[in-house]
Design a protein around this ligand. Sequence first.
Ligand SMILES: Cc1ncc(COP(=O)(O)O)c(C=O)c1O
Length: 362
Amino acid sequence: MSTDRIHNFNAGPAALPLPVLEEIQESFLNFAGSGMSVTEISHRSKWFDDVINDAVARVKRILKLDNRHHVLFLQGGASMQFCMVPMNLLGAGDSADYVNTGTWSTKAIKEVDLQGKTVNVVASSEDRNFSYIPRPIAFNADAVYAHITSNNTIKGTQWAQFPETGGVPIVSDTSSDIFSRPLEMDKFGLIYAGAQKNMGPAGVCLVIIRDDLLARTPGDIPTMLRYTTYAEKNSMYNTPPCFAIYTVQLVLKWLEETIGGLDKMAELNRRKAGLLYDYMDNSGYYRPTAQKESRSLMNVTFRLPTEDLEKTFVAQALENGMGGLKGHRSVGGCRASIYNPAPLAAVEALVAFMKGFENKHG
Ligand SMILES: Cc1ncc(COP(=O)(O)O)c(C=O)c1O
């Protein structure tokens, strides 16, 4: 299976750990001795109960959650959370603080506005094309929550430290760096993440919500848009995305049992990103787009001297078995997404290719 696979640097959906794909392949026709595929079993069966309960238990263990935190699996992607967060957490007269660090934050802010709720954009890095994480930031003491995007997939920036909010719970879009490093969960009232980068296939969104924020959910919003609907039914009020949740369970098992947890994962991620950034800083041929102290360890965005060279770079990389290096269509340039599953060997291969390309074209 592995022989014709490429090094996958896609931004999402993205690479999954090979052992996870192999386990899926192996059990695909006969899941856990059921005589059925995991895509054919009932979500009301003991088999699926075991899957979802194990996935939830692993999320809790990996992030060291206490029993104030609820682990939910929803559909609608991270984009649905842009609307569900204010819909559930902001009542009449309430306001929320948002930090604008790029495309995804901008979209999240828009959804609060659309609902006619009060959003205070307390900081933004738009003045320099979202190339940095703003700080320090003065948050409003009466905000219900402070929303950030922990990793900016398109602009290649990441919060290295989370902001001091004076006790206001942070709500974070962690779609592109969940499980990449330990989180001080005491600071967070809610985190959400579309699965398709660090966690699994597209189709499921993880939401972790604390009791005090869950208690704010109003009873008069549509059932499927209420967090309590999912919390009360173990995410199975209706049919959940079973296959996506199963894959998440396997990725979390890999993270715990093969990698050894978040400290180890973070160390490996620092090493992988360090290889790329160190090489580029020394070369001068490639130019990372994010400011140094705000660089993402997940999405390494960079430019070459010209757009033509960027096109050639992306095309030749693919010919050499490295895919997904084109930057997001809104910003151009190049981007290597090196989420948890991307092995060190993939980054080493990329750096070797970059050196060769620079020697030839530089
Ligand atoms: C940080 C971030 N937030 C939100 C989204 C949107 O996610 P979805 O497509 O699951 O709605 C993305 C997608 O790339 C993302 O990177």
